[in-house]
Design a protein around this ligand. Structure first.
Ligand code: HEM
Length: 349
């Protein structure tokens, strides 16, 4: 008999332990209804307990199919909105302004990086047409993404008060659609660019000397480098590969929400995407400055494919010497020792 009693007792104890697990939710709901009913007695019209329940993030029943369809309100979304429209917009906005002012001030103080010796008039091929197409596909798609991204992030605060709801609504919608479609094109162009240029961006011992001397940018010294200097290599690895991978991967998660991503993952992707995109834009601004008004002759190289031999010797000495000595081919694949030729006639310098 004693054994039977203890068996029944253990069974009841077990039930008691399982009760909170099985009936926890129903109990909480009943309690919430109780607290709501009590609240209505003391403060009629105050639905705080119900809303607290709604915001608890618990999955409720719905006939709608889909991941998290039963969660009515997800608090993480509110935290994300506050972070995005608060510190990210504020600090990000000031960083963009600071970068533009900094570049302007640097140009005023330093001026463009020019040549130390006079041009020879002999042109050397710096980029093949395939390389230029790869660069400009990436650069143009990047600029479209940067502009439409900036409108999406800052437009509500900067443009809306200036141009009004109708025009801004149209612009924001157009920018968003453009951003969504150009994103994958940019991602593809990054892959092509990286495959094409990775060989010339491999780190070398002389890159350390270049970095220690700051590329001679402030002293005016000519510091030798390979086809690309250490500054360009850091931009290649950190900017194009690093930030390119992070912004493209997070962008694709947002672009294709049909792979059953959770809302938490989308929020994380959005936050990472905005922060990586902003750093990418800031960094690209310095590259675009150096590739245009900041360095005499650099833009011509990327536009037409040719530079003066003096430019090649002063900006990429080891590469120039290798090409002249026939140790490496021209970018188009022509033998290197045939370089003392002039550029095609349509190129005006
Ligand atoms: C839209 C404006 C842009 C201009 C005017 C521009 C200009 C240039 C120029 C002139 C060069 C050749 C430099 C040299 O001969 O050493 C170059 C190279 C390069 N550009 Fe751009 N660029 C632009 C946008 C971009 C963007 C948006 C990216 C990346 C997303 C980018 C990535 C690169 C890379 C990685 C190189 C080669 C450096 C290396 O491989 O190390 N460019 N660019």
């Amino acid at each position: 008999m004693r054994a039977n009693y203890s068996g029944v007792r253990n069974f009841l104890l077990g039930l008691l332990l399982l009760l909170p697990l099985c009936g926890g939710s129903a109990w909480a709901q009943a309690q919430s209804q109780d607290t709501q009913a009590q609240r209505q007695e003391v403060q009629p019209g105050n639905n705080a307990p119900t809303w607290r329940e709604v915001r608890s993030g618990k999955e409720a029943y719905t006939t709608a199919k889909g991941r998290e369809a039963g969660v009515l309100i997800q608090n993480e979304g509110q935290a994300w909105r506050k972070l995005r429209n608060g510190p990210i917009v504020q600090y990000g906005g000031w960083l963009v302004v600071l970068m533009l002012v900094g570049i302007g001030a640097f140009y005023k103080l330093r001026g463009p990086i020019g040549l130390h010796s006079p041009p020879t008039g002999k042109m050397i091929e710096r980029f093949s047409s395939f390389e230029r197409i790869a660069h400009w596909s990436m650069a143009i798609s990047f600029c479209i993404l940067a502009l439409s991204g900036l409108i999406t992030l800052f437009g509500k605060f900067v443009l809306l008060p200036l141009i009004g709801h109708t025009l801004f609504g149209w612009l924001a919608e157009f920018g968003k659609t453009l951003h969504n479609f150009v994103g994958p094109i940019f991602a593809f162009s990054v892959v092509v660019f990286v495959v094409k240029f990775i060989g010339d961006n491999w780190p070398r011992a002389y890159d350390i000397t270049w970095l220690v001397k700051g590329g001679g940018v402030l002293t005016g010294e000519v510091v030798p480098s390979g086809r690309f200097n250490a500054g360009e290599k850091i931009w290649f690895w950190g900017g194009v590969i690093g930030l390119g991978t992070v912004s493209c991967a997070s962008g694709l998660v947002l672009d294709f929400p049909n792979f059953d991503q959770s809302r938490s993952l989308m929020i994380l992707a959005s936050t990472v995407h905005v922060i990586a995109g902003l750093w990418f834009i800031l960094w690209a601004a310095t590259h675009i400055y150096l590739g245009t008004v900041g360095t005499t002759g650099a833009y011509d190289a990327m536009r037409d494919g040719y530079v003066d031999e003096t430019w090649a010797r002063e900006h990429a000495q080891y590469w120039y010497e290798d090409v002249k000595a026939g140790r490496r081919a021209l970018p188009s694949g022509e033998p290197g020792d045939a370089t003392a030729t002039t550029a095609p006639t349509q190129v005006q310098h």
